[in-house]
Ligand binder design. Structure first.
Ligand SMILES: [Zn+2]
Length: 322
């Protein structure tokens, strides 16, 4: 049973908006494109693991996807957390293609894909760290600490796992598994932990704390990449020929290819919320869309059915993210 569903991470939408919003040939575009691809692959991998988890229909399983929990002064993230009255299981999900070689001496993971080698952090060390963070989180919020297990789940079925200089995966690296073996590993844990450690009342409390403490705050992608607001393109651009459009009598029109649209601003405003902040004023909108008229901006803002605070000139229009 999914206690917290997985939704498309806002980071992916932010990444996409940034690629749309930056001026052409901005030097950071290749890096952002690379991150965008990685994030999308990661999300697809997580969905593949959700499919496996959907077979756990017994009521004793509580699954929390994409948890971002506070640990002063920072946060830590868990791809999936499987909660049972007997034990808790952290899943660190990896969508990596090719051949993965684990080197336990150097705590590193090397991917070989089409002859190209790339290094990764040791995912077992990552999962072990998350286990410590989760223990501390439970301690900080006065929750009963259950036995905590972890698995690193490789979501791509074609990925080959190898251990450097060994025939088989040695502990703790045997905790790296393919998604299709996840249910089998969970059955093993069920037999290792037959005893109830957390009662129903405690379980309800844990669920409440995990959902309440999950952080949904807006994080600025411009800060992440060290990009200034001024480096973003202003105005509405034609979706056919990419020329700048003019708004005439309530319609955006492109003087270059004659394309016109009443709603060409909508994507641009969504991008503002993703890139800059989740609210906007009339003045900020005019600057961002390169509009002269306060009235036009007001019409546009009112058409979006956003929540507002303040009144007249100081009205702030809010976008709500999940
Ligand atoms: Zn055009």
């Amino acid at each position: 049973m999914f206690a917290k569903d997985r939704v498309k991470p806002v980071k992916i939408d932010q990444n996409e908006a940034l690629l749309r919003g930056l001026v052409d040939n901005h030097p950071k575009i290749p890096l952002i494109e690379q991150d965008f691809k990685k994030r999308k692959a990661g999300f697809n991998g997580e969905k593949a693991v959700d499919y496996q988890l959907s077979f756990l229909t017994d009521k004793k399983y509580m699954i929390f996807n994409d948890l971002k929990l506070p640990l002063t002064p920072h946060h830590f993230q868990i791809d999936s957390l499987l909660f049972t009255p007997y034990y808790t299981l952290i899943l660190e999900i990896k969508n990596i293609s090719g051949t993965l070689t684990i080197d336990s001496e150097f705590n590193q993971l090397t991917k070989n894909y089409n002859g190209i080698e790339t290094g990764f952090l040791d995912p077992i060390m990552q999962a072990q760290r998350q286990k410590l963070f989760l223990q501390r989180f439970f301690y900080d919020y006065n929750l009963v600490i259950p036995p905590i297990e972890y698995l690193v789940v490789i979501s791509n079925p074609n990925t080959i796992l190898k251990m450097a200089n060994r025939q088989t995966l040695q502990p703790p690296y045997d905790k790296i598994i393919h998604a299709q073996n996840l249910i089998r590993e969970i059955s093993k844990l069920n037999s290792i932990y037959p005893e109830e450690k957390v009662n129903k009342r405690e379980l309800r409390k844990i669920k409440k704390v995990l959902l309440n403490k999950h952080d949904t705050n807006f994080t600025s992608i411009l800060n992440t990449y060290g990009i200034n607001e001024e480096e973003l393109q202003r105005g509405v651009y034609c979706e056919i020929c990419s020329e700048k459009m003019e708004r005439v009598y309530g319609t955006w029109s492109c003087s270059s290819c004659k394309f016109s649209s009443k709603r060409a601003h909508e994507q641009k405003i969504e991008d503002y919320f993703l890139l800059i902040k989740p609210f906007i004023t009339n003045k900020e909108l005019r600057k961002f869309l390169d509009l002269e008229s306060r009235k036009t901006a007001e019409k546009i803002l009112n058409s979006l059915n956003l929540k507002t605070t303040g009144s007249t000139k100081a009205t702030i229009y809010h976008k709500e993210f999940h």
